[in-house]
Design a protein around this ligand. Structure first.
Ligand SMILES: Cc1cc2nc3c(=O)[nH]c(=O)nc-3n(C[C@H](O)[C@H](O)[C@H](O)COP(=O)(O)O)c2cc1C
Length: 340
């Protein structure tokens, strides 16, 4: 493939939350597909350590994914309402709610540090989600020979990404597990088979397809619709090499049909996951019980951490694509063998 130079046109999606371990990323890249490391929630020193580990495990290209910082304000009154809604869950886990310490300036500082580090460590490919970085950042990455990608959930976003000078666009259909990667309001809810041909027609840059892709026929379909490659999350989440906890993988495997929903309950931003007790409880509250992203994410962090420790799938975010129920627990090698 011209732009990515991949033997296998498959990208293992970046998945924040400790899923894309150096072992997973390097294994995927070593087998000829593209591994990617999610650095969105990761502090720069930890990111550096993990990237160095990936580099010690593979000489093949890999990708690092960053969250483009957003503007927001933290409203203390809204925080109190959100804390009240979460109170029964804090009590259940014997937790004391911590006031969110989010600060957009701090987010931007960290983002710029991450960019510096990617350049210093000569990371070959960098992808973005939740926005488009500044002109200066894109130019610096280009000057350092780093290939760039960004996520679009609509034609409008894809055009903005192309106009900004990003090399490749990832078209994310509504089926996708995890957060909606778009950045323009109102949020679009377009299935991949509708979105993909429109994006391919609208832009001149290469397009990668993401959302609900689990099988070889799914990949063939995306290729027929014009994608140069696919980005798959849930299928790789279920592999032995992924860092997802046992209870999470089992929850997906046990599904017999799609039971995912789009919810803001965990982070304040729409994301697709399997409906569980946490989502049901927050859904039963008035809408203003959920803070905007990223403050809701900070408020629910201790709950998710505690539930993870106890392998309790009812109170963690079970991000999963709409076709995740058809997935299998297997090694990365077996998964890739079944796809090519
Ligand atoms: C657990 C999980 C975490 C994710 N985290 C990220 C992330 O940090 N950055 C990103 O660009 N996309 C993230 N995504 C979205 C994926 O890039 C991709 O769009 C999605 O997995 C495709 O749908 P699928 O899961 O049905 O394959 C995540 C997806 C999942 C399932």
């Amino acid at each position: 493939m011209k732009h990515l130079n991949l033997q296998i046109p498959i990208i293992q999606a970046p998945m924040a939350g400790g899923i894309t371990t150096p072992q997973l990323v390097s294994k995927v890249s070593n087998l000829g597909a593209l591994g990617s490391y999610a650095a969105g929630y990761i502090k720069t020193p930890q990111m550096e350590e993990d990237i160095k580990e990936i580099q010690s495990l593979t000489h093949k290209p890999f990708m690092v994914n960053l969250f483009v910082p957003e503007k927001y304000i933290v409203d203390p009154d809204a925080v109190q309402i959100a804390i009240k809604a979460l109170d029964p869950i804090y009590k259940k886990f014997e937790l004391t709610p911590q006031l969110p310490s989010n600060n957009p300036e701090k987010d931007l500082k960290r983002f710029n540090q991450q960019i510096d580090k990617l350049i210093e460590l000569r990371v070959p490919i960098c992808s973005f989600v939740f926005g488009i970085p500044s002109k200066e950042v894109i130019q610096r990455l280009k000057d350092n020979d780093i290939l760039t990608m960004a996520t679009a959930t609509s034609v409008e976003e894809a055009l903005a990404i192309e106009k900004a000078g990003i090399d490749i666009v990832i078209a994310q259909g509504i089926e996708a597990g995890g957060h909606r990667g778009g950045f323009l309001e109102p949020m679009q809810q377009i299935p991949l088979t509708t979105l993909l041909p429109q994006v391919v027609k609208a832009v001149a840059i290469p397009v990668i397809a993401a959302g609900g892709i689990m099988t070889k026929p799914d990949i063939q379909k995306a290729r027929e619709l014009g994608a140069i490659a696919v980005q798959m999350g849930t299928a790789f989440l279920l592999t032995d090499e992924s860092g997802a906890i046992e209870a999470y993988k089992e929850s997906i495997i046990q599904e017999k049909q799609d039971n995912t929903v789009l919810t803001k309950a965990f982070s304040g931003k729409y994301a697709r996951g399997i409906r569980n007790e946490f989502i049901a409880l927050i859904d039963s509250q008035p809408e203003n019980a959920i803070l905007p992203y990223p403050t809701q994410n900070s408020l629910t962090k201790s709950i998710r951490k505690s539930a993870r420790k106890n392998q309790n799938p009812q109170f963690i975010s079970l991000w999963c694509g709409q076709n995740g129920y058809s997935g299998k627990r297997q090694s990365v090698k077996d998964l890739l063998d079944s796809l090519i």
